[in-house]
Design a protein around this ligand. Structure first.
Ligand code: MTE
Ligand code: MO
Length: 383
C-alpha cells in the first residue's frame, strides 16, 4: 500500500489516526524540556510520508509571477546564510477532542499535545526570494505577485491525490523579521521524514497548516493559494454555521494563532495526595506576541495565582526580543496547596492583552479549530 514505507515512530505517542499518521506525545513529555525532542514532536500528515532518496537530485522550483524562475538545489540553499529560529508549531486542531465534547465536530481528535517547540535550522525565505530578484520587504512584484505558495510532493485525498499546499502574503515572506524559513534541520539534526525531509517551510507564529513539509515548488501568485487546506479547511466559523449552511468563501484562511495555555503536569482526572502540588504547562501566542501572564486557579476560576514563566530553565522569562525567543512558547510553573478534590484552571494573557475565552461553547465551530478556552483539569484528592 501507499503506507508500506512509513518511518519508525516512538511507541509512547498516542496515535489519533494511523493512515495518514497523526500522533501526539503524552502531555507530560511537553514540559520535560523547553525544546521538544523530535521523537516527541506531534506528527500531523494528510497522506503517506514521501520518500526522497537522492538528495543530489532534489531541488525546489521557484516560479510564477517573477522575472527569473529558478530551480534551487540543496547545495545552493545551503550556501545562503544559515539561521536557527526557535519556534513553536501548533496545529489549529490542538484540543479538538475537548471541543467535540460540547458538540460534535469534524476532524482528527487531538488532546493538548498537537504542539511542540523546536529549533529550526535553515535559510530565510526572504534571502531565497532575493536570489530570484524579489527585494526584501516587497508586497507586490512587478508582474503582480502578492502571495507565496508552497507546494509539497506528498499526495492527499483532500486534494484528489494532488499535493498539499498553502500560501503566505509576499510581504511576510520577504520580511526578514518574520523569520519565515526553509528549514533543513530540526533541533540541530537533518529533518526526519515525518517532519519534512529534506526541506520544509516554517512560518513562525502561524497555525501549523501553513508550514508545508517536503517542499517541491514555490509559486509567486496574485491571489492566495486556492488549495483545499487554505479554502475548504482551517477556517473558523461562528457557532451558528453547520454543514448544511456553510459557505467557505465567507471566511479567511486562519493564519496567526491566538493565545493558548495548557496544564501538562496533570491528566484529567488525576488523584493527588492532599497538600502541595506543582502545576506545570505551556503558554504561547501567535504573531510573535509574547506571554504577559499565566493565571492558575485551584477553585474552578474564582481565585487566581500568577505562575512563574521561563524559556531557559532557571532564567525568568522577560518577554522582550533581546532576551527571549519571540516565536517560542513559555513554560509555566506554580506551587499550589490542594486540600480537596477540585478543578484546576489555567489561562494566559499575551503581550497585546489578548485573553482566552472562558468556555469552549462560545467558540465552538464545526471544524473544531482553535480551542483556546481556559484549560481545566479535575483533581481528586486521595491517598
Ligand atoms: N505539509 C504537507 N506537505 N503535508 C501535510 O499534511 N500538514 C500540515 C503542516 N504541513 C502537512 C504539511 C499541518 S496541518 C501541520 S499542523 C503541520 O504540518 C504539522 O507539522 P509536523 O508534522 O512537523 O508536526
Ligand atoms: Mo494542522
Amino acid at each position: 500500500s501507499d503506507y508500506a514505507r512509513e518511518p519508525p515512530r516512538h511507541p509512547a505517542l498516542t496515535i489519533n489516526s494511523k493512515e495518514p499518521f497523526n500522533a501526539e506525545p503524552p502531555r507530560s513529555a511537553l514540559i520535560e524540556s523547553y525544546v521538544t525532542p523530535v521523537d516527541f514532536f506531534y506528527k500531523r500528515n494528510h497522506g503517506p510520508i514521501p520518500i526522497v532518496d537522492d538528495i543530489e537530485k532534489y531541488y525546489v522550483s521557484i516560479r510564477g509571477l517573477i522575472e527569473n524562475p529558478r530551480d534551487l538545489f540543496m547545495r545552493a540553499i545551503r550556501m545562503l546564510p544559515k539561521c536557527n529560529v526557535t519556534a513553536t508549531l501548533q496545529c489549529a486542531g490542538n484540543r479538538r477532542t475537548a471541543m467535540s465534547k460540547s458538540r460534535t465536530v469534524k476532524g482528527v481528535g487531538w488532546d493538548v499535545s498537537a504542539i511542540g517547540n523546536a529549533v529550526w535550522g535553515g535559510v530565510k525565505l526572504a534571502d531565497v526570494l532575493e536570489l530570484v530578484g524579489i527585494p526584501k520587504l516587497t508586497s507586490v512584484t512587478k508582474s503582480g505577485g502578492k502571495h507565496v505558495e508552497f507546494v509539497s510532493i506528498d499526495k492527499c485525498k483532500e486534494e484528489n491525490g494532488g499535493p498539499y499546499k498553502a500560501s503566505v502574503p509576499l510581504s511576510q515572506a520577504t520580511d526578514p523579521q518574520a523569520d519565515v524559513l526553509l528549514a533543513y534541520e530540526m533541533n540541530g539534526k537533518p529533518l526526519n521524514r515525518d517532519h519534512g525531509y529534506p526541506l520544509r517551510v516554517v512560518v513562525p507564529g502561524v497555525i501549523g497548516a501553513r508550514s508545508v513539509k517536503w517542499l517541491d515548488t514555490i509559486n509567486i501568485i496574485a491571489e492566495e493559494c486556492q488549495g483545499f487546506f487554505m479554502q475548504k479547511d482551517y477556517k473558523m466559523f461562528p457557532p451558528s454555521v453547520d454543514w448544511d449552511n456553510i459557505n467557505w468563501n465567507t471566511r479567511r484562511p486562519l493564519m496567526d494563532f491566538p493565545v493558548q495555555c495548557v496544564i501538562c503536569s496533570l491528566e484529567d482526572v488525576n488523584t493527588v495526595k492532599p497538600g502541595k502540588v506543582k502545576i506545570n504547562g505551556y503558554a504561547v501566542s501567535g504573531g510573535g506576541r509574547g506571554i504577559e501572564r499565566v493565571d492558575v486557579s485551584i477553585d474552578g476560576g474564582k481565585n487566581w495565582l500568577e505562575a512563574s514563566r521561563y524559556q531557559k530553565l532557571g532564567v525568568p522569562y522577560v518577554g522582550d526580543d533581546m532576551s527571549s525567543d519571540k516565536w517560542a512558547w513559555v513554560l509555566f510553573e506554580v506551587m499550589v496547596d490542594i486540600p480537596q478534590s477540585t478543578q484546576i484552571v489555567a489561562k494566559a494573557v499575551d503581550t497585546a492583552a489578548n485573553v482566552q475565552p472562558e468556555n469552549v461553547e462560545t467558540i465552538w465551530n464545526l471544524r473544531g479549530v482553535l480551542n483556546t478556552s481556559w484549560h481545566r483539569v479535575h483533581v481528586r484528592v486521595g491517598r
